[in-house]
Design a protein around this ligand. Structure first.
Ligand code: MG
Length: 380
């Protein structure tokens, strides 16, 4: 049985991973679960899956849960790191949302675990350093993000020298067909309504601005060792083609399936084997596939991400931090939807990227950008 640790077990990816594990008895064993504030759900998960170790974000919640479970419960970043290093874990699912996922994922890499990577921020913030650590510790990184899983599968069995570019697909989010001038007035509730995928709040807003795709371009650059110029984005509203690899002979290899995160999660846990029955089959008759160029007037955040990737060093970390702050401001009703781009753009305009030597350089850029984002709130 494969031992699985899940960082972010109460989030959207964590819950889907547990569904995959639940419906495949005898194949996986849950050895560690780390969650944030949802102690109630974590308790249920712990009682059902009986992991060796669990962790929550707060110390008091950890003490309370420890009494109920009659076992030591970890807390905070240290607790999540301990879950990541858990002895019985063959694979660690990294699914804590946002920059908070970086340190626990690094802990898993340094423990030489296979990483099923759903937390894209790990590579956005410190891609070169993280990939180098993974090489040094023999930790395999398997993408869970549906686009990167699709590229990973489209590259398998082909020669890297023959690859022309990879093409990431984007659904375009809920505002794809809205006139640009109406974007000022969209509400958080409208922006959270993703047409194809059911996801957490932060990533749903990032999908509406296309910043999610921008972060995925940066993630792909590190995962597959490609410059931004060889990573394209195409709008594909049906979300059936999950991404593609184009080769020098004009052939395009893609991975298609119904949009359901359980697919890439199951593949990351079981590859090279494939598990049946995890997702519904894709109905081919009547299937229509549309592709179009993204409109950068509609989605200016995408261009910011390409610029940050080009600038390199700590620029992507600052971009991510500014975005996290701006999205929180929008969700709190403090800035309009279009203010997200304005906040990030202003922060990045004033930010001087530095080379990344240690993780501290990344954390410092993150702090600076968050402070800068907080001080441009007057923009609203
Ligand atoms: Mg994705």
């Amino acid at each position: 049985m494969k031992g699985v640790a899940i960082l972010g077990s109460t989030g959207s990816i964590g819950r889907s991973a547990l569904e995959v594990i639940r419906s495949n008895p005898g194949r996986f064993r849950v050895v560690a679960l780390a969650a944030g504030d949802n102690t109630e759900l974590l308790k249920e998960q712990a009682e059902e899956f009986k992991p060796d170790f669990v962790s929550v974000s707060g110390k008091e919640a950890a003490a309370r849960l420890g009494k109920i479970l009659k076992a030591p419960v970890g807390a905070g970043v240290e607790g999540a790191e301990e879950a990541a290093r858990c002895k019985g874990a063959d694979v660690v699912i990294s699914a804590i949302s946002g920059a908070a996922g970086l340190l626990p994922t690094l802990a898993a890499i340094r423990a030489g675990k296979a990483i099923a990577l759903a937390n894209k921020e790990t590579l956005v913030l410190a891609g070169a350093l993280v990939m180098e650590e993974a090489r040094r510790h023999g930790a395999r990184i398997i993408p869970v993000d549906s686009e990167h899983s699709a590229v990973f599968q489209s590259l398998a069995g082909h020669r890297k020298e023959d690859l022309k570019r990879v093409v990431l697909t984007a659904s375009g989010g809920p505002f794809l067909n809205k006139p640009v001038q109406e974007l000022d007035n969209v509400t958080p509730a409208e922006a959270l309504k993703h047409p194809r995928w059911s996801m957490g709040r932060k990533i749903s807003i990032d999908s509406a601005t296309l910043m999610n795709k921008g972060l995925e371009v940066i993630e792909a650059s590190h995962l597959f060792g490609l410059p931004g110029a060889r990573i394209s984005v195409v709008i594909h509203p049906q979300s059936v083609v999950h991404s593609m690899a184009e080769y020098v002979d004009g052939s395009i290899i893609s991975q298609m399936s119904v949009p359901d995160m359980k697919g890439p999660i199951a593949y990351a846990l079981s590859l090279p084997e494939r598990i049946g029955g995890v997702t519904k089959p894709l109905e081919l008759s009547g299937l229509r596939l549309d592709f179009m160029e993204p409109d950068l007037k509609m989605f200016p955040c995408l261009a910011l991400a390409y610029s940050a990737l080009q600038a390199g060093g700590t620029a992507p970390a600052a971009l991510n931090a500014a975005d996290e702050e701006a999205v929180a401001m929008f969700l709190n009703g403090r800035i309009p939807f279009t203010g997200i781009y304005r906040v990030i753009s202003e922060v990045m305009g004033a930010f001087s990227p530095k080379p990344i030597k240690t993780i501290e350089d990344v954390l410092e850029a993150d702090r600076i950008a968050r402070l800068a984002a907080a001080s441009v709130k007057a923009l609203s």
